[in-house]
Write a protein that binds this ligand. Structure first.
Ligand SMILES: CC(C)(COP(=O)(O)OP(=O)(O)OC[C@H]1O[C@@H](n2cnc3c(N)ncnc32)[C@H](O)[C@@H]1OP(=O)(O)O)[C@@H](O)C(=O)NCCC(=O)NCCS
Length: 177
């Protein structure tokens, strides 16, 4: 799978079509803008602690990475690219290459349109294409929308290994289709 395979159209529940494209090193400001247009609570659910949307080490880490081990893509409206990123999904593959960790964020004003679900499906497709045995995620226990989505997509919710303020979610890709 190459980076161009990440590019595709996503159809939302209301019939609108968004474009998905790989995150690039120059996207830090676009991520900050997406954060500014999201609620502090949604940012906390994504980053598992309070964060402020600003340029810094986190945005560097989220935009400058090894594309072999770290896949990340942003969804935007192709007819209005100036409206910015509406959602971002990423999958960081373990050094052993057998599992990955995912994260998804949908901009607060774009929630409930089916974008989160679509980004989850894309990310699981990347993981299957890479031959990963499983995908994991760390989720705050109060994040009911994400936990519902995990269950709906065939994932399991497990206790965390030692980090008691999150739960671990897991997709076993050997047992799901
Ligand atoms: C969790 C999050 C990603 C969900 O994204 P979203 O775009 O709002 O989710 P969707 O619109 O795809 O799904 C919302 C609901 O619509 C349903 N839905 C989605 N697509 C659908 C479709 N085509 N037909 C019918 N229902 C659908 C989903 O099952 C879900 O149902 P629920 O209300 O019972 O949970 C989003 O709330 C978010 O970014 N939160 C903050 C950050 C965060 O929590 N990240 C997770 C850390 S890993």
């Amino acid at each position: 799978m190459s980076l161009s395979d990440i590019e595709r159209d996503i159809v939302l529940r209301d019939g609108r079509t968004l474009r998905l494209r790989p995150i690039r090193p120059g996207d830090a400001e676009a991520l900050v803008e997406m954060g500014r247009r999201s609620t502090p609570e949604d940012l906390r659910l994504r980053f598992l602690s309070t964060v402020r949307p600003r340029l810094g080490s986190i945005t560097t880490m989220l935009t400058q990475f090894d594309p072999v081990r770290h896949l990340a893509a942003a969804a935007y409206a192709p007819e209005r690219p100036e409206d910015g990123f509406m959602g971002v999904v990423r999958l960081v593959i373990s050094p052993t290459g057998d599992y990955g960790e995912y994260a998804i964020m949908v901009r607060s004003d774009c929630k409930g349109l089916g974008l989160g679900r679509a980004l989850m499906g894309e990310m699981l497709g990347w993981a299957r294409d890479r031959g990963l045995a499983r995908v994991e995620g760390q989720v705050l226990p109060e994040n009911a929308p994400m936990l519902r989505m995990v269950r709906a997509c065939g994932g399991a919710i497990l206790p965390s290994d030692g980090d008691y303020h999150t739960v671990r979610v897991e997709f076993d890709l050997r047992s799901t289709t």
